[in-house]
Structure formats: C-alpha cells, structure tokens
Ligand binder design. Structure first.
Ligand code: F6R
Length: 255
C-alpha cells in the first residue's frame, strides 16, 4: 500500500488526477465514486480535458453504488450525480457510464446483472474510492462480506446521518442501496483511495494500520496488491508510521 500525504485537499486532488489521467489516456475502464471527496479530482480532470491534456473518449466507467428507489433523474441518484459532477463535462460516451439500476423491480437481480456487466467488460482497471467515517467503502458497511459480489445492502445509521446533508432530512435518505461488494472492488487492477479532513482520520488509520476485519470494510485494501491511498495532513493525522511522511509533497508517484 502506497500512502501519499499532501498538505491540503487540493494537493490530494492533483495527485489523484495525475494517476487517473494516465489511465484515461490508455482508454481504461474507470471505477468512479460519488460523495464529496472526489469532487476536486473531478474538477481538475475537467480542467485538464478543457486544456486538451486528457480525453475520456475511449474510457468506460462503472459506479460503485446507487440508492434503491431513486430514479436516474433524481438529483441525489448517483446516476445523475456522476454526470452532473464529472462525466457530462468531458468527452465521456454517456452510454458507457454504468451504474446499478436503483429502480429495478428486483434489486437483487439488478445487483447480479451489474456484477456480470463488470465481468463481461473485462473488469475495472482503476477504482476510485472514498471512505465513510465508519470505514465503509462503496456502501459496504461494517459487517459486509469480505469477498462479496454486488448486492443489496442496508445503510448504517452513521451513513444515513453523514449523507443526510445531501437531502432535506435524514428521513429522506434511502435506507437500501445497491453496491459493488468488497469482492467486486478487490478485482479492480488498482485501488485509489482518497480521504480528506480530520473526520476521516480514525477510519484512515483503521484501514491502513488496523486489523483486516469486516468491522472496517476499507481494511480489505490491505489484501490487494496495488493500492494507492492519498490523504491530506488532517486525514492522515492518526497514522503512526512516520515513514509515510516522506511522501509529503513528493511529486513522483509510484505508478
Ligand atoms: C460513494 C461511496 C461512498 C463514499 C463515502 C465517503 O460512491 O461509495 O463510500 O465514498 O461515503 O463519502 P464522502 O466523500 O462524501 O465523505
């Protein structure tokens, strides 16, 4: 696991954009995340696209997750969010931006279809990840199967509380979600985890230095051969292995 520490959230976004742009230039399949953390990275990738530095025309994207019950056009659906925040601002082919079907009559069947679609595409080359304050990745909450496929899950009360900022109230946050499983995520060739802010410090320390346990789903990154974690100083403040700090502001990233 490479851990890169940047002094600011902007530094995290720039470092992440460097890595993702390299994959985009190769026409890779990108695993995309929603939430607040990757927004700076998406803004930077849009800027580079507008400057003619990168194209996504040959890329495919698979989202991590979706709320059950939100129609694609709902402004908090991840189908809508990823387009609004990123893919519709660059030359991504919209027909190649995939997400689980949150309005399927049978969400369990939709989960299995999504899992198969990822496999049939040849798999995700690089998966962008954020981390929940409770250690979740995708919507794999504490207790998730360490090798599970895309599935229907129930949000943890902490996640409902964390995500209520995007809705009118906590009561409006859907309780059920479709999410790539930890097994699905682990099949990606490269995992790129971003975290910023002090609120993520405990979860980041658990993912990197705690035991590999279903109680911290992000700790499965410890079992993947190619992981890059990029955090700002605040999110990295509870890491104890000071060797990580040699990466502060380093420009040459392990690729
Ligand atoms: C989003 C996702 C979640 C978020 C996590 C962090 O697609 O799968 O795991 O990455 O909840 O969210 P933010 O970035 O809003 O703190």
């Amino acid at each position: 696991m490479d851990i890169l520490i940047r002094s600011t959230p902007d530094g995290v976004s720039l470092a992440a954009a460097d890595i993702l742009a390299d994959y985009a230039r190769r026409g890779a399949t990108l695993g995309l995340a929603t939430g607040s953390t990757p927004l700076g990275t998406y803004r930077e990738l849009i800027r580079r696209y507008q400057a003619g530095e990168v194209s996504f025309a040959d890329c495919t994207a698979f989202l991590l997750d979706e709320y059950v019950g939100l129609a694609p056009e709902h402004e908090q659906s991840y189908h809508h969010t990823i387009r609004h925040e990123f893919t519709s601002h660059v030359d991504f082919d919209d027909a190649r931006v995939f997400s689980p079907d949150g309005t399927a009559d049978n969400p369990w069947a939709a989960a299995a279809e999504y899992e198969q679609a990822i496999i049939d595409s040849g798999g995700v080359d690089i998966q962008l990840l954020g981390i929940g304050t409770n250690g979740h990745i995708g919507f794999n909450e504490p207790g998730a199967a360490l090798d599970g496929p895309t599935h229907v899950d129930t949000l943890h009360p902490q996640t409902i509380s964390d995500n209520s900022r995007f809705f009118d109230s906590a009561a409006d946050v859907p309780i059920h979600v479709l999410t790539q499983g930890l097994g699905t995520i682990k099949r990606a060739g490269h995992l790129l985890m971003l975290a910023t802010g002090e609120g993520k410090a405990t979860a980041v320390a658990a993912l990197a230095e705690g035991p590999l346990t279903t109680m911290c789903p992000a700790s499965v990154l410890q079992s993947h051969p190619r992981v890059t974690v990029i955090v700002d100083e605040a999110a990295g403040s509870k890491l104890h292995n000071i060797d990580y700090h040699r990466f502060v502001e380093a420009n040459a990233l392990p690729r």
